[in-house]
Design a protein around this ligand. Structure first.
Ligand SMILES: Cc1ncc(COP(=O)(O)O)c(C=O)c1O
Length: 418
């Protein structure tokens, strides 16, 4: 697999050795790296990416779910270009941030106001600041292997550990959350969970769990923060609308920026009022917060994500899942798929797994990732797939065909063949 990958992508190999001279490990992003070297892409259009060697890939990842309408989606390009043409940023207000905030408030029931940042990580940081100021407490409780960005407190829990400011409990186990909250609740400022664990392997939480955690957080006097950075794409009102859960704060990111850097915290006016610049109780500023280009692109992205288009993506995901299962049977490989809506995670095992901690199928997954690249398919090294609204049935047919070839490749070479 690796030999063939090297043979097909010499341009990316050269580009990566140059990158290693100037960037630590040749990269600025853990999730954009894989062994032996990541591809250098030079162009994206619709659901396709092209690398330095001129090879075309069907993009099944969409920058980890952010590009819900694929690359260079014409309405987003037009909106961003119009904004760039007449000035891209300034230190004052812009109309676009008001429009995007209104759009999010109209869609997501629990949100009355929105504060914008430049990433989901910053949004999580902001929510933590709100919770700490609101409760006068320090600690955060999250799921083991939950992901809320690259802030130290959350990295600790993502790595599966507790820390001086981080408590963890097993996702899906309401009793475990209740136990920590009853024992240590008076030091916990907020409970953060994802309604579907994304980086953890696309593990959906059900309504009794998510609502139960919300109630347990409230009983302990902590805020309940729902991280919808990845899940807003699942329904116009986010996953919280499907579950019927009303968080105190919601984290946004990824698709609300239309492919530009973004994050946001939404909640009721009482909590968000802490930022009121007339009487700030939390100091928060940022040169590029609510930057007009991102806001313009974000409006186009959110407006284009209608309920109908979500349904179409979800139907394509069902088709893909069925096709991949058939392909795995043909190749004689055990494959299980965690799936919800337009996102899924592959596991080379009999029963569904998790993508955090040590994976039993790590070696096979890595080999499939390279085999898929060799056959012109781009997915996350850990097996995450996120479809986009610009995909069609015939593109999914092509994906299944290529994936079948990739699965047959790994089945025929056997473990550690290269
Ligand atoms: C659920 C969730 N929260 C937060 C983040 C962090 O967002 P960003 O990468 O924009 O900092 C991510 C990113 O993958 C995420 O999936």
């Amino acid at each position: 697999m690796e030999a063939r990958y090297r043979e097909l992508t010499p341009g990316s190999a050269r580009a990566f050795s140059e990158a290693r001279r100037w960037l630590p490990g040749g990269s600025s992003r853990q999730a954009g790296y894989w062994h032996p070297y990541p591809l250098t892409f030079v162009r994206g259009e619709a659901c396709y990416l092209w690398d330095l060697d001129g090879r075309r890939y069907i993009d099944l990842l969409g920058n980890y779910t952010a590009l819900v309408h694929g690359h260079a989606y014409p309405p987003i390009v037009a909106a961003a270009r119009a904004r760039v043409d007449t000035g891209s940023c300034w230190a004052g207000n812009n109309e676009e941030q008001v429009r995007l905030a209104r759009l999010l408030v109209k869609r997501v029931d629990s949100v009355a106001q929105v504060r914008f940042t430049n990433s989901g990580t910053e949004a999580a940081n902001l929510a933590l600041m709100i919770a700490r100021r609101w409760t006068g407490r320090d600690k955060v409780l999250m799921a083991r292997g939950g992901y809320h960005g690259s802030l130290m407190e959350f990295e600790t829990g993502f790595g599966g550990a507790t820390g001086p400011l981080t408590g963890i409990a097993q996702y899906g186990d309401l009793g475990a959350f209740q136990k920590v909250l009853s024992e240590e609740g008076n030091s916990i400022a907020a409970v953060f969970i994802e309604p579907v664990m994304g980086a953890g392997g696309v593990i959906p939480g059900d309504a009794p769990f998510v609502e139960g955690v919300r109630q347990a957080a409230h009983s302990a006097g902590a805020l309940f923060v729902l991280d919808e950075v990845l899940t807003l794409r699942l329904a116009p009102g986010g996953r919280q609308a499907q579950l019927g859960v009303r968080p105190d704060l919601t984290l946004f990111g990824k698709m609300i920026g239309g492919g530009f850097p973004v994050g946001a915290v939404g909640g009721d006016q009482g909590l968000l009022e802490l930022f009121n610049p007339d009487q700030p109780r939390i100091f928060h500023t940022g040169t590029f917060n609510a930057n007009p280009v991102t806001m313009a692109a974000g409006i186009a992205s959110v407006e284009a994500l209608t309920a109908d288009r979500i349904d179409q993506m979800d139907a394509l995901a069902e088709k893909l899942k069925a096709g991949l299962r058939q392909a795995a049977i043909k190749a004689g490989l055990a494959l299980s798929i965690n799936h919800i809506g337009s996102i899924m995670n592959l596991f080379f095992s009999e029963s569904s797994g998790t993508a955090y901690g040590q994976r039993d199928d790590g070696e096979l997954m890595a080999r499939f990732h390279l085999a898929a690249l060799n056959h012109g398919l781009f997915l996350a090294p850990r097996g995450l797939i996120a479809l986009s609204t610009v995909m069609t049935e015939s593109i999914i047919d092509e994906v299944i065909e290529r994936a079948t070839d990739a699965l047959l490749d790994i089945a025929s070479t056997g473990p550690r063949a290269d």
